[in-house]
Design a protein around this ligand. Structure first.
Ligand SMILES: [Zn+2]
Length: 201
């Protein structure tokens, strides 16, 4: 049976999403085909707005609303500008914010160092982090990359780069599931890891 192009197009597009195989993509497509028009319209509108209505914070590179240069956290005078928590992805910011145990600010790297995938320091927001440090006023940098091989290697690299700056450099305590993502850690585990953070040597 030949699948009409408009249907196949959506199946192909959905199949490119992480965690969605061709089978799920087909199921979702046929679901939408049979659902009220409104659902497709809402979905299409939300998808189009996703990129056009968001931007990266020019300070920490977290996600913000388009047209704003700073995210809500950077713009909040109650957040301690002297403590910066360095994370891999914006989702990690959300995970740490959920714990309610961090009053500092963030810096989102947008990835990790990965020689295998050809991702070097210049591909991440590392230069921008160093700039923030050079601008002064920072007492502590918490390296909160994932407890994976790449996350550890990235933390180690950053630790070396930051060492000459004479600021406290800490790494989240062990106890997070190794190889796991920060975003999947439960709140209490993450809170403990944050509270028990240790100086990097
Ligand atoms: Zn920000």
């Amino acid at each position: 049976m030949i699948i009409p192009a408009p249907i196949q197009n959506l199946i192909n597009a959905l199949s490119r999403l992480p965690g969605v195989g061709p089978k799920t993509a087909s199921r979702l497509t046929f679901f939408l085909l049979n659902a009220p028009d409104e659902l497709s319209r809402d979905l299409a509108e939300a998808l189009l707005n996703l990129k056009s209505s968001t931007a990266y914070c020019q300070v920490c590179f977290n996600i913000t609303i388009a047209g704003r240069s700073e995210c809500e956290i950077c713009a909040n005078p109650d957040r301690d500008p002297g403590v910066i928590c360095v994370v891999e992805e914006p989702l990690d910011v959300i995970a740490i914010e959920r714990t309610d145990g961090f009053q500092g600010r963030y810096h989102v790297l947008h990835g990790v160092l990965s020689p295998i995938e050809g991702i070097g320091p210049e591909d991440l927001k590392i230069r921008q982090l160093m700039e923030r440090v050079r601008n002064g006023g920072i007492q502590e940098i918490i390296l909160a990359t994932n407890p994976s091989m790449e996350g550890d290697a990235t933390a180690m690299y950053l630790g070396q780069q930051l060492q000459p700056h004479r600021i406290r450099i800490t790494r989240l305590a062990r106890g997070l599931p190794v190889g796991g993502d920060l975003e999947y850690a439960d709140q209490s585990t993450l809170l403990r890891a944050l509270a028990g953070r240790q100086e990097m040597g």
